[in-house]
Design a protein around this ligand. Structure first.
Ligand code: PNW
Length: 539
């Protein structure tokens, strides 16, 4: 009789386990995002040929800022200026990847990665920015890195410009001076010549919005210029024209032989209308999206020109300000056709979401004109959303799915590679980063919904970042890495966090196959129960 009771209890327990396994984990952030239609975790696998990658950038990891003939970049200058970076940190040594790139590759191998996104330091290759002087040790460094990656079975995705402009070019006006277009074109051609036989993916620019707005309006990034109103629009204009030059050089002189792809990486929050019943608010959210992503996306992926709403708004305000021309520069017809459709894929960096509503009483004449005020949009983040180590970043998983759909609809269904996604924690030696596992789980589940349900053409995903690194103005206080680094140590050992094991499993499984619904614990536990039941049954 006792046996029968125990047997029955065990049987019930097994059944109960089964149910709870099916339910788990339904919501990653159950207290905040628990709409079962919108937020339920989506199991499944990614397409067969899906690309899994991690990313870094030259200034954030390399160190060796003045070694082997490298010229200074605007980030060397900016970080050496007291007061610009938290705690006076610099990228002088950073992760020391200039010397320890093999350690980076070893950690990629442990993750099971087949792709790695990194950037080239322009002043390491061209110390004064121009091809008048090529720094051979710089070329050698990237050749060694690329060859070692390929030996490890890892394909490089190379960003030409991730913000570390040669200081010598900044001294001539940087992105404000349109002579930079020719220099960028020369630099790009040299990189295709030197490395293109082994590089399948080229990204011309990383996040031009950051260079233009954070670099030239807010001054919170190098070159630290605060000239709102016109300068950011000129900077963006020159970046776009440079992008088009690089695309055509590749297309005309290298594509047929090297058979790679070339695109650009744009960043944006998803802008959610704060009131979906108010047309004015919906319009404001769309306007914000156009001012951030459309600014660059519209010319490159549509018709070589800025979004209508930007052209119209900035022209109108410029007239009100008494200017004879719009602060937003115009492309000539030739430039438009040269710029339209200059990307083989859409590189997307997405981290977070904002609410948006329109500002009904736009800034008066006392407020100087700026990109920020041109939009007539107020945007903010809900205090209810989970937090991170960065004030600008709150996890909002459903936002990435909406942003992917926005891109699909706006730009005629392009191939999309997510070239960055990730979350920060504040500086800590704690390797148990459940916050990062939650973030990646939730975001990847939404990306998979976009692929499976919405048929968005997402072909790859890149985690930012392979390892903790120099987080720009925040120095080493904010950490995005799958690997922890003690920046006070000379070894700078790359130590995997829990999120590294998690990401390795996602890569190995190519997603979240339904069988992984049952955690290892549950599956093991149920096997033992089953065995005991059988023994009891025999008795
Ligand atoms: C990206 N924002 O930058 C960059 O591509 C990386 O180099 C960087 O480390 C990573 O994201 C994390 O910050 C951003 O304020 C910096 O909205 C700031 C913002 C967005 C992206």
């Amino acid at each position: 009789m006792t046996f029968l009771i125990i047997y029955y209890m065990l049987f019930c327990l097994m059944f109960f386990e089964d149910i709870s396994a099916d339910e788990y984990p339904k919501f990653i952030y159950p207290d905040v995002f628990n709409d079962s239609k919108r937020d339920a975790f989506h199991y499944g696998t990614f397409p067969e040929d899906f690309i899994w990658s991690t990313a870094t950038a030259s200034y954030q990891i390399e160190g060796a800022w003045n070694e082997d003939g490298k010229g200074p970049s605007i980030w060397d200058t900016y970080s050496h200026e007291p007061g610009n970076i938290d705690n006076g940190y610099t990228g002088d040594v950073a992760c020391d990847s200039y010397h320890k790139y093999q350690d980076d590759i070893d950690s990629m191998k442990a993750l099971g990665l087949k792709y790695y996104r990194f950037s080239l330091s322009w002043p390491r290759i061209l110390p004064n920015g121009t091809i008048d002087h090529i720094n051979q040790p710089g070329i050698d460094y990237y050749n060694n890195l690329i060859n070692a990656l390929r030996d490890a079975g890892i394909s490089p995705m190379v960003t030409l410009y991730h913000w570390d402009l040669p200081q010598a070019l900044q001294d001539q006006g940087g992105w404000k001076n349109d002579e930079i277009i020719g220099h960028y074109k020369d630099y790009a051609r040299l990189c295709f010549e030197e490395f293109g036989d082994r590089v399948g993916f080229w990204i011309t620019f990383n996040e031009p919005w950051v260079t233009t707005i954070l670099g030239h309006e807010f001054a919170s990034m190098a070159p630290g210029i605060r000239e709102p109103g016109t300068t950011p629009y000129i900077v963006a204009h020159n970046i776009l024209r440079s992008h088009a030059e690089a695309y055509h050089v590749y297309d005309y002189s290298f594509r047929s032989k090297q058979k790679g792809k070339i695109g650009i990486t744009l960043n944006s929050d998803y802008y959610q209308a704060a009131d979906m019943n108010d047309p004015d608010t919906i319009e404001a959210a769309e306007r914000a999206q156009q001012f951030v992503m459309g600014w660059f996306g519209h010319p490159v992926y549509k018709n070589g020109d800025y979004p209508e709403v930007m052209k119209e708004t900035i022209a109108r305000k410029s007239t009100q300000e008494g200017l004879s021309e719009s602060r937003l520069p115009e492309f000539t017809e030739n430039e438009k056709s040269f710029l339209a459709k200059t990307a083989d894929f859409f590189g997307l960096n997405c981290y977070t979401t904002s609410y948006a509503r329109s500002i009904r009483n736009p800034a008066g004449p006392l407020i100087p004109p700026s990109w920020s005020t041109d939009q007539d949009v107020f945007s903010w983040k809900s205090q209810n959303w989970p937090t991170s180590g960065s004030d600008w970043l709150r996890p909002v998983p459903w936002g990435v799915r909406r942003l992917l759909n926005w891109i699909k609809n706006e730009y005629d269904d392009p191939v999309i590679y997510i070239t960055e996604n990730g979350i920060s924690t504040i500086d800590t030696a704690n390797l148990h980063d459940q916050i990062r596992i939650d973030y990646y789980s939730a975001y990847l589940s939404e990306v998979l919904k976009a692929i499976d349900i919405d048929e968005v053409n997402v072909k790859g995903y890149t985690a930012w970042s392979l390892m903790d690194n120099f987080e720009w103005s925040r120095g080493y206080t904010e950490r995005f890495g799958l690997h922890y680094i003690d920046f006070d140590s000379t070894e700078k050992t790359r130590i995997p966090k829990d999120s590294a094991a998690f990401y390795a499993q996602v890569i190995a499984d190519n997603g979240f196959p339904a069988s992984s619904v049952q955690s290892g614990f549950n599956a093991g536990f149920r096997t033992i129960l089953l065995a005991i039941c059988i023994v009891f049954a025999i008795i």
